[in-house]
Design a protein around this ligand. Structure first.
Ligand SMILES: Cc1ncc(C[n+]2csc(CCOP(=O)(O)OP(=O)(O)O)c2C)c(N)n1
Ligand code: SF4
Length: 301
């Protein structure tokens, strides 16, 4: 077990090139990184078939540390780069990792439309309720009344519920986990990668440096205790009243539906157009590749 964990760390991290990392000691992002490499290792996906794209932010630094095909792109735009990659090479397993600001503020438009299109990729959204990298400005997930560098008297805006937004926008698979419930987080990421369609995993995490310090949770332990006390399983949450759920949040799988996904539909349209408009062109030149990314996913752990 210990040997396996060490091998995963050795094989999946760019340990000799990119460490020490830039994150604050105790930041939840290290836990998300661990869950991501364990999940991809368990699924036995060859690293050359994996892509991790990010935007900008503390979360956006994650691709620097993993030994996959990686892109560190512009703020809010990782899904647009990821879409291009998936359509150009549907055989790749494409993931994006975004902060709450990256995904739902500047990238909010791309996020809802990626879900609506049902792109076959996995979006991990690390929700630490703040803009970490730029010094603690409030984000679309900062709760009403909480403090931020730009809301020193308390936030007067109301927060998005990222997972519910994803369900409403049409994502095939939507789950919420935390950096406290780590084995569950590994499983949710694996389920998301296996899913054919747009999979969203919201991860409740801690930015104790900027969010916590301004909101009476100044260290990672306080955040861990808060997650432990306030996370409720989806099944249990369904039986609780709105009053009982006040201040709490559900964890687990919120949506899991099967429906046509974009890269498959797009390949069919291309094939049809090729057959009708250019029947004489050599098929090898046209390259209407179907989405076969699941052929590389074989792990059963
Ligand atoms: C176009 C653009 N606008 C603004 C910025 C500045 N900026 C960099 S990261 C960031 C927010 C980061 O917050 P979040 O996405 O929640 O990620 P975190 O750092 O908390 O992981 C902002 C506003 C930028 N880099 N590019
Ligand atoms: S500023 Fe916040 S989100 Fe960024 S590394 Fe530090 S604790 Fe993590």
């Amino acid at each position: 077990m210990v040997e396996h964990a060490a091998k995963v760390r050795h094989d999946f991290l760019r340990h000799d090139m990119q460490f020490p990392h830039v994150w604050c000691p105790g930041c939840g992002l290290g836990i998300v990184l661990g869950a991501l490499i364990r999940a991809t290792a368990d699924l036995d996906i060859p690293q050359d078939e994996l892509v991790l794209a990010s935007g900008i932010g503390c979360t956006g630094r994650m691709p620097a540390y993993v030994d996959f095909n990686t892109l560190h792109t512009t703020h809010g735009r990782s899904l647009t780069f990821a879409t291009g990659i998936k359509l150009a090479n549907p055989g790749l397993t494409v993931l994006t990792v975004m902060g709450d600001g990256d995904a739902t503020a500047i990238g909010g438009n791309h996020f809802i439309h990626a879900a609506r299109r049902n792109l076959n990729m996995t979006a991990i959204i690390v929700n630490n309720r703040i803009y970490g990298m730029t010094g603690g400005q409030y984000s679309p997930t900062t709760p009403y009344g909480d403090k931020a560098t730009t809301a020193m008297y308390g936030n007067i805006e109301h927060a998005f519920n990222i997972a519910e937004l994803a369900v409403t926008a049409g994502a095939s698979f939507v789950a919420r986990g935390t950096v406290h419930h780590v084995p569950q987080l590994d499983t949710l990421i694996k389920k998301g990668i296996r899913k054919k369609g747009f999979a969203v995993i919201e991860v409740i995490s801690n930015c104790h440096t900027y969010y916590g310090r301004q909101n009476n949770m100044p260290d990672p332990v306080a955040h861990q205790l808060w997650m432990k006390e306030n996370a409720v399983s989806v099944g249990k949450a369904a039986k609780m009243s709105a009053e009982e759920m006040a201040g709490k949040f559900s964890i687990g799988v919120l949506a899991d539906v099967d429906k046509p996904f974009y890269s498959e539909e797009y390949a069919k349209i291309r094939q049809r157009a090729c057959d009708e408009v250019a029947p004489d062109v050599d098929e090898a030149e046209i390259k209407c590749e179907p989405d076969r990314s699941d052929e590389f996913i074989s792990g059963s752990r």
